[in-house]
Design a protein around this ligand. Sequence first.
Ligand SMILES: [Zn+2]
Ligand SMILES: [Zn+2]
Ligand SMILES: [Zn+2]
Length: 145
Amino acid sequence: MSPAGRAGRSRAGQGKLTRGCRRVLAVLEQTRELSSAQDIHGMLRQAEPEAPGLTTVYRSLESLVGMGLVQSVDLGDGEKRYEVVEPGEHHHHLICQGCGASVHLDQCLVEDLEKSIKAKYGFEISSHVLEVFGRCRGCLKSSTK
Ligand SMILES: [Zn+2]
Ligand SMILES: [Zn+2]
Ligand SMILES: [Zn+2]
């Protein structure tokens, strides 16, 4: 998966999306940042007064995640963030606990691990969650000054 592939993504299944889903997806594609349901709701509200309510946003996010068009990210603060991904793909993040910056990793770190778990335990993994927490270069520099 290369970053260049993002521009040419296909959206073949989009005709089946509900209005709420399409609007939520449009907001996520615009911001390109990890956004909470509240953030998304706020952005929708800014764009149009008749924006879907927060419940609709949550429900839309859930079905978008189910369809593999959006992934949810748990930053450990109790509020899930969402972002657009290539259909069916996912990636992981390095999250700085100093400044809150997040780095999007361009490959899955655990695909090989999944294979060895399957071999060792006969356990078939359907999904996994992995976010890596620590300090970014900038925060490390300013703390050692
Ligand atoms: Zn930082
Ligand atoms: Zn990401
Ligand atoms: Zn992964």
